[in-house]
Design a protein around this ligand. Structure first.
Ligand SMILES: Nc1ncnc2c1ncn2[C@@H]1O[C@H](COP(=O)(O)OP(=O)(O)O)[C@@H](O)[C@H]1O
Ligand SMILES: [Mg+2]
Length: 306
């Protein structure tokens, strides 16, 4: 599968500040819904501004459709569409009038406007002023603007930010439809793993400007499985930790539970046996449900320790 976006060693810092993005390598397959996941301040918007050609990398390159965008800017621009953070619109104009202005500015086909309004479910409200739109409607109008040029690739920066659950659901439906029915590749950033899990085929995780994971959703799930944790509540947590440390990757949690990473259930059984043999009482032993949220906390924790 061909990559629609590739970055190599992408790096940027704002004047006088430490790097906002460091050595980032992204591989976004054609036809994917790629979730670009990271907590607030991780460097998502900065990365997206570089993808859109709005910021110049201090180091590294961005390839789009196989070409370096610094030498093929026009091609990249005309085949992709970017919506960054909260989209802006003229509030005293109607939704439709806003799209008419965009068409004029970008020389897009005006006859598309109504179709695009239907796609984002704003057709009924097209003659209302944007000042009376809800947050979700404004967000959908922003997406409508990005749809006008009918590009192959959409780059959406936190399009569900600030929306209520219904608004988030509608945007997700829209994104999945664009991908499934029209074959568009969609690169979408979010700080919510739950959002990414619900709609994406691939994921890249960024933390403090660095890429810490990239792969398919299945690979992420596999990794989550591989990092299963086993926790023990004991009479002597410190002693228990020092006993298990020799054999397992061990740590003591804030609430004084001893945590190990077992390879299988024999490991779990042996850990309990080792403690009991040393006269440590084991009150409780449990495996942590390994959902992706847990993994996300783990990977971001690890990122922080680097
Ligand atoms: N215009 C700016 N000037 C200085 N620092 C900035 C600017 N924009 C973002 N940053 C800093 O760069 C880092 C990454 O920010 P950003 O890319 O906006 O993260 P995200 O979109 O993941 O929340 C943060 O530390 C942020 O404070
Ligand atoms: Mg941002």
């Amino acid at each position: 599968m061909q990559n629609i976006i590739e970055t190599h060693d992408l790096t940027f810092h704002f004047r006088g500040k430490k790097n906002a993005v460091t050595g980032l390598n992204l591989n976004v397959p054609q036809g994917s819904i790629y979730g670009f996941l990271g907590p607030n301040g991780a460097g998502k918007t900065t990365t997206i501004r570089m993808l859109a050609g709005l910021l110049f990398p201090k180091r590294g390159i961005v390839k789009m459709f196989g070409n370096n965008i610094s030498t093929h800017k026009r091609y990249a621009r005309s085949h992709s569409s970017t919506m960054i953070e909260e989209p802006t619109a003229y509030k005293h104009l109607t939704g439709r009038e806003n799209l008419e202005i965009l068409c004029k500015a970008g020389m897009f086909d005006k006859t598309q406007i109504d179709q695009v309004l239907r796609t984002v479910n704003l057709f009924e409200d097209r003659h209302r002023k944007v000042s009376g739109y809800s947050m979700g409607m404004k967000q959908r109008l922003g997406i409508a603007g990005a749809l006008l040029p009918n590009p192959e690739l959409f780059i959406l920066d936190e399009p569900t930010n600030g929306l209520d659950p219904q608004g988030m659901f509608e945007i997700r439906e829209l994104i999945v439809d664009l991908n499934k029915k029209e074959g568009k590749t969609i690169f979408i950033s979010s700080h919510l793993l739950g959002e990414i899990e619900k709609m994406c085929t691939h994921v890249g995780i960024i933390h403090q400007g660095k890429g810490i994971f990239e792969g398919s959703m299945d690979e992420l799930a596999l990794m989550a499985h591989a990092t299963k944790l086993f926790r023990l509540e004991t009479s002597e947590p410190q002693k228990a930790e020092s006993i298990l440390k020799d054999r397992y990757n061990t740590k003591l949690t804030h609430d004084k539970l001893v945590e190990i990473q077992p390879a299988d259930s024999t490991d779990q059984y042996n850990a309990i046996k080792m403690l009991i043999n040393q006269n440590i009482e084991v009150y409780q032993a449990f495996t942590i449900k390994n959902n992706l949220e847990e993994l996300f906390i783990q990977v971001t924790d690890e990122g922080q320790n680097k």
